[in-house]
Design a protein. Structure first.
Length: 456
């Protein structure tokens, strides 16, 4: 066993020495470009298995700008999802701006998480049709998702994929491989949403290699399951801004659709949409600041039996599940898992909630099709690394109170609270300013900054 481990270590060292960087360009959707370079790093798919096959991780390095110190620690962006490719996100103009600005601090490393983006394999499932009633009820939706996952999991197993290798622990190991590939003794971590969970794992295992951490919209271990009450309060807050009783409006519309599902035309047929269909769309909207203002109007169209917008959005949802479904997301989420206490608390909170569906896709029976039982989240280590937490006041996925509880394990942390901020705060120029200051070592204090009111 010792000899085998030594051989692996020697092989890994040789791989690190032979990393080849090729020219690569990040091109934004609005026509701008950054000259960068890409490397493809071989890693074991499942490091717990001696004979596990090798897979490939794509990493893009954006070189530091002229003002950055030559010896600056590189910034590793840990993307959300799981499974949002960092290389794809970089093409979105607001993130292109962020990464361009970060180059004034040091090299920026964009890693496509295993199973996604330019990494190989990409676990996007073969296209498959869903039952026409998959949105008619909570049970029908879960049954359809279970069937979709079962077929896709079998497809990838037949292709030789070890689905147990798609986990936060393995992704964190990949990030440390990237650190060694660029010959950095330390890195600065910029973690968004799910990427926070990877940062927690890195801090648990390689704390000495971390210089600073930024958590934006923090997802810590054992926060995968959401508290429905936070989503209901989001409806109340947005209703107050719009001067409408939004939560009761949503409850009535959902009840109407549950009583009599509406038939919506999609390419090639129709779909029967019950309350779960409406709630699934609203769940997406309630975490996206770009859609806040449209939520009351959307609900009002449903009250009037005007289904033009609903039709367009159901068609998009249908396409995402039939054509663009990536098994990596659920595989990693199932590896993250939940504690019995979190499960009991979230189930109790959802029973009488309007947003009853916030955890519908995270189910033990679905995880069993991918990897067996859901994982048990590790405890959060004490992390005395300088850390900046960024939280929006309108982010139901990462409520301020939850983030404050997490901060107790980070004695050198500060908390930037963004008034009217949603789940994505990093695109905001004022937030980018604070992140830049923090990564340059400027002292910050816990405080609030303002974003525009929803819809403004």
């Amino acid at each position: 066993m010792f000899a085998f481990g030594l051989l692996l270590a020697l092989y890994a060292s040789r791989v690190m020495a032979e990393v080849v960087w090729q020219p690569y360009a990040i091109r934004s959707f609005d026509g701008r470009e950054i000259a960068a370079e890409m490397a493809i790093l071989p890693v074991r798919e499942n490091r717990d298995e001696r004979d596990s096959r090798w897979i490939r991780i794509a990493v893009v390095r954006l070189p530091r700008a002229g003002t950055a110190p030559r010896d600056a620690s590189p910034i590793v962006f840990l993307s959300g999802g799981p499974g949002i490719p960092a290389t794809a996100l970089a093409r979105v103009p607001v993130y292109f701006d962020l990464f361009s600005r970060l180059r004034d601090v040091g090299d920026v490393l964009l890693v496509d998480q295993r199973g996604s983006g330019l990494s190989v394999p990409n676990l996007t499932c073969p296209e498959r049709e869903l039952p026409r009633d998959f949105l008619s009820s909570d049970a029908a939706f879960r049954d359809a998702l279970r069937s979709r996952v079962s077929d896709c999991a079998q497809f990838w197993r037949n292709a030789g994929v070890d689905l147990k290798g798609y986990s936060t622990r393995e992704i964190a190991e990949d990030i440390d491989v990237v650190r060694r590939a660029v010959h950095a003794s330390r890195t600065q971590l910029l973690a968004f949403s799910y990427g926070s969970e990877v940062a927690f794992e890195l801090a648990r295992r390689w704390q000495r290699s971390i210089e600073r951490i930024v958590f934006a919209s923090t997802r810590a271990p054992d926060t995968l399951l959401k508290r429905a009450g936070a989503w209901d309060r989001q409806l109340d807050d947005l209703g107050e801004v719009a001067s409408v009783p939004l939560r009761s409006m949503v409850r009535d519309v959902v009840a109407k659709f549950d009583r009599a599902p509406v038939v919506i035309e999609i390419p090639g047929g129709t779909v029967s949409v019950g309350g779960i269909g409406v709630l699934t769309l609203l769940r997406s909207d309630l975490s996206d600041g770009r859609t806040f203002a449209a939520i009351p109007q959307f609900v009002q169209t449903l009250e009037r039996n005007d289904y033009a917008t609903l039709t367009r959005r159901i068609q998009q949802l249908h396409a995402s599940l039939t054509k663009h479904f990536n098994l990596m997301t659920l595989a990693v989420d199932c590896s993250s898992g939940w504690s019995p206490e979190r499960l009991a608390a979230t189930q109790a909170g959802a029973r009488n909630a309007t947003m009853r569906n916030v955890n519908l896709q995270w189910d033990s029976s679905i995880c069993a099709l991918i990897r067996g039982t859901p994982g048990i989240p590790p405890a959060i280590s004490l992390v005395p690394v300088p850390t900046l937490f960024v939280t929006g006041t309108l982010d139901p996925s990462a409520p301020i109170a939850q983030t404050e509880q997490i901060r107790a394990r980070f004695p050198r942390s500060v908390h930037l609270i963004v008034e009217n901020g949603a789940h994505e705060t990093l695109p905001l120029p004022a937030v980018q300013d604070e992140v830049m200051r923090f990564l340059r070592g400027a002292p910050l204090t816990t405080r609030k900054i303002s974003s525009s009111a929803p819809g403004h």
